[in-house]
Design a protein around this ligand. Structure first.
Ligand SMILES: NC(=O)c1ccc[n+]([C@@H]2O[C@H](COP(=O)([O-])OP(=O)(O)OC[C@H]3O[C@@H](n4cnc5c(N)ncnc54)[C@H](OP(=O)(O)O)[C@@H]3O)[C@@H](O)[C@H]2O)c1
Length: 289
């Protein structure tokens, strides 16, 4: 990144939460989940493609330098729109995509961790994103039919072949994270986690210990965390919105969290980016439990 880019990046709203390292890449900790630019149920095209392209461009302008996507979002729609909106990519933008889930129909998200599928999936993402190498490729979810080591081993091979810069895993247990780390360097874990669902506290702790990023998906509980009375109470006290408190809580939870709130709304995008500057006092954190 040029010095002038570093300066202008630092002044953007999403930069207020500081940065995090993904291998040798540095991203702003307030990141963007690009799943919801696809159509309803993350299936097919959005109603207004041009608006979603503008939303993605705006997300970058606000200082989100990490975008999370997957081949299964649409499927293919989110990756295609990211390329249409932002290619050629600014040097500070890091795109993390995922492979290992397929969508035979609108409501299905089926695991497919077969080596031949992962090879094809990665090639498809490279093509749609117009890249020769994916900065962060995440194995979307362990496939119960395929040994986990076989899926991760395939991605490690593809990394050695130069198609992947850094590897991440998603929807894993601590045991699976340990297993993946014995196969290849893993720079991130993406699991469901938010103020109302802390089931994976042990995985977050394992990431902290390993010094790798923890990317909480459903950071707003897909909207549910915003209805929590304690979140609403602290939001009212601080003159913030419930979404901003839910994001600020994740940022305060650990220096290793990289929240990726998702939205298809310009107003919510601006609101969420502004949460990067919200600091929760110890008494507010205590009240949030
Ligand atoms: N690894 C995995 O298995 C996995 C699974 C699911 C998701 N993900 C990733 O996680 C990212 C985030 O997940 P997500 O989008 O499902 O859930 P989320 O960020 O927890 O919540 C998004 C939902 O909340 C709404 N919302 C966003 N900002 C809001 C605000 N300020 N006020 C009120 N409502 C707001 C959105 O609706 P509007 O569009 O109306 O704003 C949307 O319905 C996804 O983009 C994807 O990259 C990964």
């Amino acid at each position: 990144m040029r010095q002038s880019d570093i300066m202008s990046n630092a002044m953007k709203p999403a930069a207020a939460a500081g940065t995090l390292r993904l291998g040798d890449l540095i991203v702003n900790r307030m990141a963007f989940g690009a799943m919801r630019v696809a159509g309803p149920d993350i299936w097919g095209e959005p109603k207004d493609r041009a608006a979603m392209r503008k939303l993605l461009a705006r997300a970058f302008d606000l200082g989100h330098t990490f975008f999370d996507t997957a081949d299964s979002y649409g499927p293919e729609v989110s990756e295609t729109l990211i390329a249409e909106a932002l290619h050629p990519y600014p040097s500070e933008l890091v795109i993390g995509t995922k492979g290992g889930l397929v969508r035979p129909s609108r409501h299905r998200w089926d695991e497919d961790g077969r080596p031949e599928h992962l090879r094809r999936a990665l090639d498809g993402s490279l093509k749609r994103l117009r890249l020769e190498r994916i900065d962060l490729y995440q194995f979307h979810a362990p496939d119960p039919r395929i040994p986990f080591a076989e899926s991760v081993g395939t991605l490690a091979e593809l990394q050695r072949a130069g198609k992947i810069r850094h590897l991440g895993v998603s929807n894993v247990t601590v045991k699976q994270l340990d297993e993946a780390r014995r196969i290849a360097p893993i720079v991130s874990v993406q699991n469901e986690y938010n103020i109302e669902n802390r089931t994976d506290d042990d995985v977050l702790a394992a990431c902290e210990k390993a010094g790798i990023a923890f990317i909480p998906w459903f950071p707003l509980g897909a909207g549910r965390a915003l209805r929590s009375s304690k979140v609403k109470r602290i939001a009212a006290k601080l003159g913030a919105t419930p979404a901003q408190v839910a994001i600020a809580w994740l940022l305060a939870r650990s220096p290793w969290t990289l929240p990726i709130p998702g939205t298809s709304s310009f107003a919510h995008l601006e609101e969420n980016a502004a949460a990067a500057a919200l600091r929760l006092a110890p008494e507010d954190l205590a009240a949030l439990g």
